[in-house]
Design a protein around this ligand. Structure first.
Ligand SMILES: [Zn+2]
Ligand SMILES: [Zn+2]
Length: 251
């Protein structure tokens, strides 16, 4: 229902946010960053090697300042110099009507702040659709099964079924065959982009009665007779296969 019509879902996320005490700088109040003495603020150190090819100059990030070029002489006590702190936040995510399992919703700048501050990244919320207990979903179409007695399928009937929007009266035509499908237009899931909705398919299972009273059996046999249907009776002892054997043995 929620993926069909949309919902405002509350979520809780653990993310790093900007440290308010140092505003992301990582320095204790009243102190400043200092230039790294090892690399002289370049953030990388060079080494020169003599090889048979000649002089090879290679550079690697400075290990003293992790490539920043600066060091924090007295780190901010709140974030220990990271410029960010971990917090748990509550957000409300607007889930649009028509989303599907596996889709992702992007919340701009609701992700993590990087070390040293800066703009937060994005937060992606992935949709997991819980199955409905009546409908199965294929794209924006919905499918459900309804069982009706053999007699109702033969005579035709009206019945009330539940849709996402409430109750709907449907008509089963006389002479409905097993495994027939009824289509109810526009009662599926709304399309995510643009107008319109999918369809609702009602699959009809025609049920044959399993236990007949003597009266019911007689009426059914009379019914079959009026239609010229020759229905062999099962013998009470042996059933179909014993009659087959009898037929082959010439009894
Ligand atoms: Zn801080
Ligand atoms: Zn350095």
């Amino acid at each position: 229902m929620e993926t069909a019509f949309g919902v405002e879902a509350p979520i809780t996320v653990d993310t790093a946010v900007l440290c308010t005490q140092c505003s992301g700088a990582g320095t204790a109040p009243g102190t400043h960053l200092a230039t790294c003495e090892v690399c002289g603020g370049r953030g990388e150190v060079q080494s020169v090697q003599r090889t048979f090819l000649g002089q090879v100059v290679s550079s690697r990030p400075c290990q003293n300042c992790q490539g920043h070029g600066t060091i924090i002489p007295s780190p901010c006590p709140t974030c220990a110099g990271d410029g960010r702190i971990r917090t748990r936040r509550s957000l409300t995510v607007k889930i649009p009507a028509g989303v599907e399992d596996g889709m992702r919703i992007r919340l701009a700048q609701q992700g993590e702040v990087g070390p040293g501050g800066g703009t937060a990244g994005d937060l992606y919320v992935e949709i997991h659709e819980r199955p409905h207990d009546v409908y199965s979903r294929k794209g924006d179409d919905l499918h459900c099964r309804v069982t009706l007695p053999m007699t109702a399928a033969a005579l035709g009937t009206r019945m009330t079924i539940k849709t996402l929007d409430g109750e709907e009266n449907i008509e089963v035509k006389p002479g409905t065959q097993p495994a027939s499908t009824l289509r109810i237009r526009g009662k599926g899931v709304p399309h995510l982009r643009g107008q319109g909705r999918g369809e609702l398919f009602v699959h009809l299972d025609v049920k044959t009665p399993t236990k007949l009273t003597a009266d019911q059996e007689r009426m059914l046999r009379d019914f079959a007779k009026t239609r010229g249907e020759d229905i062999a009776e099962l013998s009470k002892q042996g059933g179909f296969f014993s009659r087959m054997r009898d037929a082959f043995n010439g009894h």
